[in-house]
Write a protein that binds this ligand. Structure first.
Ligand SMILES: Nc1ncnc2c1ncn2[C@@H]1O[C@H](COP(=O)(O)OP(=O)(O)OP(=O)(O)O)[C@@H](O)[C@H]1O
Ligand code: SF4
Ligand SMILES: [Mg+2]
Length: 413
């Protein structure tokens, strides 16, 4: 009797067929991307709201792998208003980093491609669509207009160059016109001091391996903020740090943001961090946005069963439980997504319609939107959240003082 093949098994022939088909698609897309002298009119666009710094509009980012097409970001739309912080939450693998890498044009090409949608970048006098922009054009905006703090500082610093040289290079490249070597060094020292590194002259001479994790992350923040960017993408900047250093880094980021009035896209799976930092929250699941709203909407009136599950799985100071809640089941295979609600196989609140096609977005208020059939008949989410579903609790659960920073203490989220 023939042996049963494991789920997801691909024969060599199938894999080669997929790889040929992928090459055809990616060659086509790369050919378009690598054109020289692309006229500005091709990527010039108009912001839907001039108060937004970035608008993601129906973004689809796929990876064409030999095992099949991974739909990492599958129709994501949200905005980052000028001077505000937008928190992007969701469990591992839901497409948070790929969304931000799409904005930075740092996808692993040729397999990673934006296949549909717009990312509108507000440059003040005009707006560009990053999805269509030539790579070199965006490179000029990186660092001084939009910059990114990566999840793991050790991998974003070059291990064979001194900290001072790496920071000097950023300044020389983006802000160095007319600056002497001494002036560049002085600016680097100033930046190191600004991010709270005491021995700035000493650190200037050091290699990354000579610093602690917290110091490395501060260097990365200094690097990202060196040219006062208008948009800062922080991809889990505190995940690798212990809670006391986490709190310091968050305060630092908040203060710097206020100083240069930037917008922040803050990616994390830590609801406590979101509660402290964000004005708006976007909840992602399996490459799509399942709920979005102001921090108050999300923390006080969570509507999507996934968001409710995330809130319930957070420990709360003063509340004793034998076992923390965890959302049952696992995320569906990104290569083979179901044609119904992606959360259905884990959902404990299903209604009759849930077997139908993926639910469209429903507006619960002017700011609060959810993709779930439960609200199709005008049902509203609970008004009073159970204990632990408010930002101050979430912040405390994450090990920070409720008073820290925003002044958001159980009032406005
Ligand atoms: N280079 C790549 N090639 C193939 N698939 C990729 C690649 N990069 C990311 N993916 C896939 O895209 C999906 C989204 O990944 P992403 O890195 O955005 O997750 P994330 O939400 O940032 O998770 P985490 O919280 O763990 O950082 C995952 O299924 C991942 O396997
Ligand atoms: S649409 Fe149905 S299955 Fe999906 S999250 Fe809502 S209630 Fe659950
Ligand atoms: Mg990530």
């Amino acid at each position: 009797m023939a042996k049963k093949k494991p789920e997801g098994y691909l024969s060599g022939r199938e894999s080669r067929r997929i790889s040929r088909a992928n090459r055809k698609i990616t060659n086509e897309l790369e050919k378009k991307r690598k054109r020289k002298n692309v006229p500005e009119s091709e990527y010039l666009t108009v912001m839907h709201d001039p108060q937004n710094a970035v608008e993601f509009d129906n973004l689809h980012t796929y990876f064409f792998t030999d095992a099949g097409t991974v739909k990492s970001v599958d129709g994501v739309s949200f905005e980052v208003p000028i001077g505000k912080t937008v928190g992007v939450v969701g469990e591992s693998g839901c497409g948070k980093s790929v969304t931000s890498l799409s904005l930075m044009q740092l996808l692993q090409r040729p397999q990673g491609q934006i296949v549909e949608g717009e990312i509108r970048l507000n440059l003040g006098s005009k707006a560009y669509d990053v999805a269509k922009m030539p790579y070199e054009k965006l490179q000029n905006l990186r660092g001084n207009f939009v910059s990114m703090i990566f999840q793991e500082p050790m991998t974003s610093l070059n291990p064979v160059f001194r900290i001072g040289d790496q920071l000097n290079e950023v300044i020389e490249l983006h802000d160095g016109e007319g600056k002497s070597r001494d002036a560049v060094k002085a600016r680097t020292i100033e930046l190191l001091e600004m991010v709270g590194i005491a021995n700035s002259e000493g650190v200037y001479q050091m290699y990354p391996h000579e610093l602690s994790g917290g110091m490395r992350q501060r260097v990365c923040i200094a690097m990202a903020l060196a040219c006062s960017p208008k948009i800062i993408i922080a991809d889990e900047p505190t995940t690798a740090l212990d809670v006391t250093i986490q709190a310091q880094v968050l305060d630092l980021l908040r203060n710097l943001k206020n100083k240069i009035n930037s917008s922040i896209m803050f990616i994390t799976h830590d609801l406590g961090v979101i509660a402290e930092m964000a004005d708006y929250v976007v909840v992602m699941y399996a490459g799509r946005i399942v709920e979005k709203g102001t921090a108050e909407d999300i923390f006080y009136h969570p509507a999507h069963p996934y968001t409710i599950g995330l809130m319930a799985s957070k420990p709360v100071v003063g509340k004793q439980v034998d076992k923390l809640y965890s959302i049952p089941g696992k995320v569906p295979n990104p290569i083979n997504m179901p044609d119904y609600c992606y959360f259905k196989d884990r959902c404990e609140m299903c209604v009759g319609r849930c077997s139908g096609e993926y639910p469209g977005e429903i507006s619960l208020s002017a700011t609060h939107k959810v993709s779930c059939y439960r609200y199709y008949d005008g049902e509203k989410p609970e008004k009073v959240p159970p204990a632990g579903q408010n930002p101050a609790d979430a912040g405390r659960a994450a090990g920070r003082k409720p008073e820290a920073g925003t002044g958001r203490k159980g009032g406005k989220a």
